[in-house]
Ligand binder design. Structure first.
Ligand code: P1T
Length: 387
């Protein structure tokens, strides 16, 4: 689909058609898996379609990158071998030793570990701040040093909401860029670039891939100059997905809209059930009117997503037992696949932040609500919670 056509098309049309025209030789409707590392040149430097070597570009990846840019309404999309690989590439593109980044005080544990244990050793400082508190983020900015305000919204696993428009304004005032990790919302529910963010980052392992069968990451950039620099670093660092992974991620993206609607429906049914349960002390879901970020979420998201966190009355032991007893919900890390997952963030996805400011409550359980039959999900939680 041409770029001009894609710009006017609706979300699902872009997700299905952008980035690829049926193959001119065979008419193949779906981008082939170009399992090739190199490309024949027509005389030295005579590249066909710009393809030289598959770290730099591969047609299966090019199709995915075009579709990612179209669904996030960015200028260019870039695919990576994992979400963390995309984060590292962006940090090396934008920051230098001595620079500073503001990060969420409840970021994904692996993102915090990247900043704290890896980037810090290369001279990149960071300060955690609550994304839901614009003044706290402003206070964490170091004038002249802060190059990035980095937010997740909703955050992982506490589902806090950052006001993208307000955060973009304050990042820009400080001469920094706003990066939004849009993994939890997915581009179907929220498009941060349209609200003033400069870069969107995804763990495409999650909703974009959608089937728990591939690990990947993405950056989508609004500004062409920054896009050129990201492209340079994507090739120079080389943390790219292979063609099969790019194919799977692209296949998942095509059905994102219909999957997300069902994720949201099922999450709402689960939230309804948990809210009335005597063993549940708190249900955390941005769709609830009492959620402190509800109004902002309602403004910047079309619906509230498939992630639900809750706390139980019997402390950590109780939370671990609920995780063990679940049968339709599979006990496992990750999220965003068609199957429902349950996990204990304190011992699993966020174990690496234990003992830091980012430590999560021990009685917290995180659900990635899948697209199975809603009544089966509710019945499973009912038996797992016990009497
Ligand atoms: O796992 P990877 O594809 O490298 O993506 C890292 C990442 C980045 N940002 C967010 C918001 C994430 O949730 C993740 C990965 N998260 C999990 C594996 C998890 O279970 O929370």
């Amino acid at each position: 689909m041409s770029q001009e056509h894609a710009e006017k098309a609706g979300f699902e049309t872009r997700a299905i058609h952008a980035g690829y025209e049926p193959d001119p030789t065979t008419g193949a409707v779906i981008p082939p898996i170009y399992a090739t590392s190199t490309y024949k040149q027509d005389g030295v430097g005579g590249l066909r379609g710009g393809y030289e070597y598959s770290r730099s570009a591969n047609p299966t990846r090019t199709a995915l990158e075009g579709a990612l840019a179209a669904v996030e309404e960015g200028e260019r999309g870039f695919a990576f071998a994992s979400g963390l690989a995309s984060e590292d590439t962006l940090l090396r593109t934008v920051c230098r030793p001595g620079d500073h980044v503001v990060i969420p005080d409840d970021a994904y544990g692996g993102t915090h570990r990247l900043f704290d244990k890896v980037e810090q050793a290369w001279g990149l400082a960071h300060s955690p701040a609550p994304v839901s508190d614009v003044d706290a983020v402003r206070a964490a900015i170091r004038p002249g040093e802060t190059k990035i305000v980095w937010v997740e919204t909703p955050t992982n696993p506490l589902l806090n909401i950052g006001d993208i428009e307000a955060l973009a304004g304050l990042a820009h005032e400080a001469g920094a860029i706003l990066v939004v990790d849009n993994t939890f919302a997915s581009p179907y529910l929220q498009q941060p670039l349209t609200l003033g963010a400069d870069v969107v980052m995804h763990s495409t392992t999650k909703y974009v891939g959608g089937h728990s069968d591939v690990v990947g990451g993405a950056l989508v950039v609004r500004d062409l100059d920054l896009a050129e620099r990201v492209a340079y670093h994507q090739n120079a660092l080389g943390a790219v997905p292979g063609p099969f992974d790019a194919f799977l991620t692209h296949r998942g993206l095509k059905t994102l809209g219909v999957r997300m609607d069902r994720h949201c429906d099922n999450a709402e049914a689960v939230v309804d059930f948990l809210t009335g349960h005597p063993a549940v002390t708190q249900v955390i879901y941005p769709g609830l009117a009492e959620h402190p970020g509800h109004e902002v979420a309602a403004r910047q998201m079309t619906r509230f997503g498939g992630m639900v966190s809750f706390r139980v009355s019997g402390g950590e032991q109780h939370a671990l037992e609920v995780c063990d007893r679940a049968r339709v919900f599979t006990l496992g890390e990750s999220l965003g696949g068609v199957e429902s997952l349950i996990e204990h963030p304190g011992r699993m996805t966020h174990a690496s932040v234990a003992g830091t400011d980012l430590e999560v409550p021990a009685d917290l359980i995180r659900l990635s609500v899948g697209i199975e039959t809603a009544t089966d999900l509710v019945a499973d939680l009912e038996q797992a919670l016990g009497d």
